[in-house]
Every structure is written in structure tokens, then in C-alpha cells.
Design a protein around this ligand. Structure first.
Ligand SMILES: C[S@@+](CC[C@H](N)C(=O)[O-])C[C@H]1O[C@@H](n2cnc3c(N)ncnc32)[C@H](O)[C@@H]1O
Length: 269
């Protein structure tokens, strides 16, 4: 546990994105304030649960690609979420046991649950840290302990960047993280969009803005820009169910409800 941190730091008086996401996914690690805010989102956007599930499935396919096809053996996952079924280190270990994973999240509840889950694992660490302070994540002793920055790293920013407002310089934050990684590294991300289902998405984002951290929906071009000059891997930045699906992709009606893009890019060289 981080010095100076105690589970009593968990604030149950206002909703938190990690606990709302846990509620969408059917988890039990959420409080009445989270459920109330999440229900407001679901009233505006009943597809919210399906989006959360599709995003989680994307994350797992992404990790299988990174560890299986790309041969990555170290991962930094920022915006971890409350551990649930099929966590990053578990999916990675199914393919390559010993794959090293540093989790980072700014929500104390994630820290408490991840610590409980990870105490037996020598190849996984959890850092209580904020994406808005990338230097602290990169230089944290737990990160330095586990990650060899001379070898390719997969950086995961899955369903987190929409919680960073434009005036917090998300492009600069992501660039700082990309710049710390050697050639052959990967950046995998997903991000809610306002390219379609615009009104529904805007109402859902407004609930977040009012209740918890601000949510900023971005266009395909704005999200793709987070990859910088890295090479985007096929099939590109697409709605998450279309990213290397395990089975037949969903039809157009189902797809229209999925206002979230995902993709992965590789540091050239
Ligand atoms: C929607 S969940 C995504 C969880 C997981 N990445 C997934 O896709 O299944 C977003 C997570 O990002 C975390 N988060 C939001 N803003 C953050 C920030 N500025 N720094 C670190 N973590 C943040 C939340 O606490 C939450 O756990």
C-alpha cells in the first residue's frame, strides 16, 4: 500500500468512475452514490452496460494480441479499474506466465482490491497514481522495480482518456508516456466518442460531468492523434467490437450503439 494511504480514504459520498464501471459490469464493489449515478447514465444510454462489456472484451483481445502475437512481456496499464474477471495479468499469464504488469489508477478502491488480489504475485504491482502525472507513474519505485525500459513495453490506456479534459493536455500526457518507451513498444487504448449517437452520448457524459470526474467525448481524428507517429496496427482505430473480433462481428444496428473506439499502435523502429 502507498505510504500515507489507508482504505478509509475511499470516498463514498460521491460517485467514482471505477465503481460506476464495476456496477455496469455487474460487480459488487460499488456504493449507493455510484449506483444512483450509473442508473442515471443508463436511463440516458441504456446501451451503457453493453458498451462496458464490449470494452472489457476488447481489452482482453488486446492483451492476447500484445502478449501472443506481438511477444510483449511487460505491460503498464493506467486506469486499471476494480479487478474483475479476466484481468490484464491473468489474460497475459494464460499465454506467457511471468509477464510483468504494473497497474496504475487514481482511485483508492482500485488500489485496495488490486493489492488484495496481487499479494501472491511477484510479477504484478499496483501503483496509486494519476495519469495527469505521468512522470510519477514512470519513476515510481514499483514501476522501476518491474519494468525494464530498454525492452518493449505495452502501455494500456483503456477507457481512461475520456476522463482527461482538453485543458489538462491529454495529448501532452500521452506523448510523455510514449516518449519514455523504446522502439517496439505498443500503445493500446479505447475512448468514448461523439461521432454518432451524439445526443445520447452527450447526456451520459453530462451525468459524469455533474456527478464525478469530467467526461470528454472525442472524434475519431482526435482519438487517433493520441497514437502520434506510431504505426497503427490493423484494423486501425475502430468501434471496439470490430477490433479483431473472436467471432462474427455485430450487425449495423448493434454497432450503432457502440460509441467507443479502440485500437493499438506500435512504436516504429
Ligand atoms: C472505465 S474504467 C476502465 C477500467 C479498465 N481499463 C477497463 O477498460 O476495463 C476507468 C478507470 O480509470 C481510472 N481513472 C480515471 N481517471 C484517472 C486518472 N486521471 N488517473 C488514473 N486513473 C484514472 C478510474 O478510477 C477507473 O478505474
Amino acid at each position: 500500500m502507498e505510504p500515507g494511504f489507508s482504505p478509509s480514504d475511499i470516498d463514498t459520498s460521491r460517485p467514482h468512475p471505477a465503481r460506476m464501471y464495476d456496477f455496469y459490469l455487474g460487480g459488487k464493489d460499488n456504493y449507493p452514490v455510484d449506483r444512483e449515478a450509473a442508473r442515471q447514465v443508463l436511463r440516458a444510454a441504456p446501451e451503457g452496460r453493453d458498451i462496458a462489456r464490449a470494452n472489457r472484451a476488447f481489452l482482453q483481445r488486446l492483451v492476447r494480441f500484445l502478449v501472443g502475437k506481438a511477444g510483449i512481456r511487460q505491460i503498464i496499464d493506467i486506469g486499471t479499474g476494480i479487478p474483475g474477471a479476466g484481468n490484464v495479468h491473468e489474460v497475459a499469464a494464460e499465454i506467457a506466465p511471468g509477464t510483468r504488469v504494473v497497474y496504475a489508477d487514481n482511485d483508492p478502491i482500485v488500489h485496495v482490491h488490486a493489492n488484495a488480489l496481487l499479494t501472491s504475485s511477484g510479477s504484478t504491482r499496483i501503483v496509486l497514481a494519476d495519469l495527469r502525472e505521468p512522470g510519477k507513474i514512470l519513476t515510481h519505485p514499483k514501476t522501476r522495480d518491474l519494468i525494464d525500459f530498454s525492452q518493449p513495453v505495452a502501455l494500456l490506456l483503456v477507457a481512461i482518456l475520456h476522463f482527461i479534459a482538453d485543458d489538462e493536455d491529454p495529448a501532452g500526457l500521452v506523448a510523455a508516456l510514449r516518449d519514455a518507451l523504446p522502439p517496439g513498444s505498443y500503445l493500446g487504448l479505447s475512448h468514448a466518442t461523439n461521432d454518432f449517437h451524439t445526443e445520447t452520448a452527450a447526456v451520459a457524459a453530462a451525468v459524469y460531468n455533474k456527478a464525478t470526474s469530467s467526461a470528454t467525448l472525442r472524434s475519431h481524428a482526435q482519438i487517433a492523434a493520441f497514437f502520434g507517429d506510431w504505426d497503427v496496427v490493423d484494423p486501425g482505430l475502430v468501434q471496439v467490437p470490430l477490433w479483431r473480433p473472436d467471432g462474427p462481428p455485430p450487425g449495423p444496428r448493434e454497432l450503432r450503439r457502440m460509441w467507443i473506439y479502440g485500437g493499438v499502435a506500435r512504436h516504429p523502429g
